[in-house]
Design a protein around this ligand. Sequence first.
Ligand code: ASP
Ligand code: MG
Length: 417
Amino acid sequence: MALIVHKYGGTSMGSPERIKNVARRIAKWRAAGHQIVVVPSAMSGETNRLLGIAREISKTPNERELDMIASTGEQVSVGLLAIALLDIGVPARSYTGWQVPIKTDNAYTKARIHSIDDKRVRQDLDAGKVVIITGFQGVDDDGNITTLGRGGSDTSAVAVAAALNAQECLIYTDVDGVYTTDPRVVAEARRLKVVSFEEMLEMASLGSKVLQIRSVEFAGKYKVRTRVLSSLTDPLMSLDEEMKSGTLITFEEDENMEQAVISGIAFNRDEAKITVLGVPDRPGIAYQILGAIADANIEVDMIIQNQGMGGTTDFSFTVHRNDFDKAMATLNGTVKAAIGAREINGATNVCKVSAVGIGMRSHVGIASLMFKTLSEEGINIQMISTSEIKISVILEDKYMELAVRALHSAFGLDKKA
Ligand code: ASP
Ligand code: MG
């Protein structure tokens, strides 16, 4: 007997029929002798619908009240799932985050979990019940309802699994695992049977949308064995078969049997690039530029500084496309004159493409294969950044799909015919 946490995404909870299938799957797991805690998302589209009503009323809705509203999507889900389980004779009980309680800080719409009280949950589990807990939310020290940011149910599930010391956290979703790249861009993309936690973290932060990045951070911090798998399979398939499906996020390298040098190609269209030209080459310039950007609450991704002509340098960095106008306005406001820059220009027609793999640590020639592949396709690289296990390039966005396809094939990731 083991304690297992199941997480079901919005699509999996998307209709009464699907909720009944979720209940059948859970009943199967329980019948095999396991203790099950379930963390569902709101029914698909529901969180958008709820937030949309608020935005029809106000362009700048109060964030405490937004959390009050958004949290109800999951409250409906847990109740419906409990009803579905009770209806097929499985004892079950639902709780919202504040009832558990799942304690968070008070950063509305992006709260972080501080602690989870396991007392009620354990009592119910010991009494043979399936426990269902709302994803995406908690309560702050003053009793206000908070939410964890969009896609936050993944993080709730992994956090609950950590708090209960669960054997595994199964994230059921509408895809059957983590792929070498997005199958909508590359038809030859393959499902990874295992992926290391570090690779998953890079892929999540580089634009793969399978798991919320914070849930991956949580899984790493508390060593939660996490598996991504499909909820759209036959709910009564054998447990053995089910535990072999999907993608397991591993921590030990020897569990990683695929041993490909590169595990995946990630991409992100939400990039924008800003270049400050002709800045005097003296100490403090990077700080003056990026300090102003940070003060404007804008996150910076890649940074490059180049020696220019006559004692000047050129300084480039990337930001999220949504922050581009604000970043340009910030620099043109006071910074440009203060540092004596010649010109500031920017582009939003860029994208980031990355190759990720822990095999990079022990293999040479990865970067050169990447650059060779892009050059053979006639694609110009605008910026490069690397870490121990990834290489990212900034390209003109019209080349994104071509670049992803070419790299996927060059690194031997295409599925065998
Ligand atoms: N329902 C929330 C959202 O749509 C949380 C989640 O589904 O993970 O973002
Ligand atoms: Mg999700």
